[in-house]
Write a protein that binds this ligand. Structure first.
Ligand SMILES: NC(=O)c1ccc[n+]([C@@H]2O[C@H](COP(=O)([O-])OP(=O)(O)OC[C@H]3O[C@@H](n4cnc5c(N)ncnc54)[C@H](O)[C@@H]3O)[C@@H](O)[C@H]2O)c1
Length: 361
């Protein structure tokens, strides 16, 4: 007998829900969106109409009370991730939560406790892990092709690309480019390095550019786009040390007087690799040695039109992974323990920058 469709409630009817999650669910026959909730009820109702969702609510609690619900998909501001996830866990729901896990460490620990207590599946929406090119390098790393990976470099520099809205208000976001885009490039580099335990961080943050008025540049605009505060960092850089002796350099910015750059490197005892930016359509490069000669290889990845990402829509792969983990009990590619690990790194960066010295995690 065919299994019943999994029933999902989307919490947050904003930009990422409407442009990535909602259209992607519509493309997956195994799930059915039964509700959408947003503090802005009109926004939830409009999205429900546009995507053919039968219920729209002004709170996650109303959505979670629906009988037979399986999944909470969390697409709200960073500071709202924990209260919504905890409410979902208390209702015994599986969770897909947009990145980052939480706006601070206390909320992350509270989420962890509630989710562990529920025993349900938790997937962190770090969709970079679900890119085909990242999965290719991960398979090579697992097969030992790089040897011991002891060094990583994570760079995501936007010359001008500060998102507008709640993102710039620390009380809603938890921080600037470190927590918003640093989470993508640091997490995917850390994942390819095998997620070693972070032990020390030395970082600095800069607040020199702020609310610029540069013309001719585009930005991500949150649907909650009233800029209530602009107190986040513009850029950050530093080094993360791991228990196994490996280290990672990182550089991130929303605004810096340098060219745009998005790249991850990993270096191992046998070979290294470079992961390009999906936006720049740069192929993966593997740097090795053969018969005593240095080699540069470009493994083939089929291109897809979705944001120019290598291979399939990574949001679809992420949701299919959630469904598969619910159905089979498999451990997710981006599980709870890694969500907490990357949160510890991100918060360690802010702590070190604030203290003006290296800190121990
Ligand atoms: N994976 C990615 O590349 C990516 C890209 C952009 C945003 N995001 C993440 O998606 C999330 C949402 O970002 P966005 O750009 O869609 O913002 P947005 O402002 O467009 O949408 C957020 C919505 O959440 C609602 N909301 C906030 N707290 C709520 C709560 N407790 N209950 C109900 N509704 C609540 C707001 O009313 C708003 O409509 C953030 O966590 C962000 O980091 C991820």
């Amino acid at each position: 007998m065919a299994e019943q469709k999994l029933k999902v409630a989307i919490i947050g009817a904003g930009n990422i829900a409407q442009n990535a999650h909602l259209p992607t669910y519509k493309d997956i026959p195994d799930v059915e969106i039964v509700a959408i909730a947003d503090w802005n009820l009109e926004r939830a109702q409009e999205a429900a109409k546009k995507f053919g969702i039968p219920n729209a609510f002004a709170s996650c609690e109303e959505a979670f009370a629906l009988p037979g619900l399986d999944i909470a998909d969390i697409c709200v501001w960073n500071k709202s991730h924990a209260p919504v996830a905890i409410a979902a866990a208390k209702r015994g729901l599986h969770i897909l939560c947009e990145k980052p896990m939480a706006w601070d460490m206390n909320d992350a620990y509270a989420m962890e406790a509630a989710i562990k207590e529920s025993g349900k599946v938790f997937v962190l929406g770090v969709m970079n892990r679900y890119r085909k090119d990242v999965q290719l390098l991960k398979e090579m790393a697992n097969a030992g092709k790089f040897g011991d990976i002891y060094y990583g470099k994570a760079i995501y520099l936007r010359r001008r690309g500060t998102p507008l809205g709640w993102f710039t208000d620390t009380q809603k976001s938890g921080g600037g480019p470190v927590i918003d885009i640093g989470v993508h490039c640091i997490d995917r580099t850390w994942y390819l390095m095998g997620c070693p335990r972070p032990v020390r961080v030395s970082a600095s943050t800069s607040y020199r550019i702020g609310d610029y008025q540069t013309k001719g540049v585009s930005r991500w605009v949150a649907l909650d786009s009233d800029v209530t505060a602009f107190d986040t960092e513009d850029s950050a850089s530093g080094v993360i040390h791991f228990e196994n002796g490996a280290s990672m350099l990182f550089e991130v910015s929303w605004a810096i007087n340098l060219p745009n750059e998005e790249v991850s490197f990993i270096a191992g005892t046998k070979a290294g690799a470079k992961l390009g930016s999906p936006m720049e359509d740069k192929p993966v490069a593997v740097y090795g040695e053969d018969c005593g000669f240095l080699t540069d290889n470009e493994p083939y990845i089929e291109k897809s039109p979705f944001f120019g990402f290598g291979g399939d829509n990574p949001f679809k792969t992420e949701i299919l992974e959630l469904v598969n983990c619910i159905r089979t009990g498999k451990k997710p590619i981006s599980p709870l323990e890694d969500a907490l690990g990357i949160e510890r790194i991100l918060m360690g960066i802010y702590e070190s920058a604030k203290a003006g010295k290296e800190i121990t995690l």
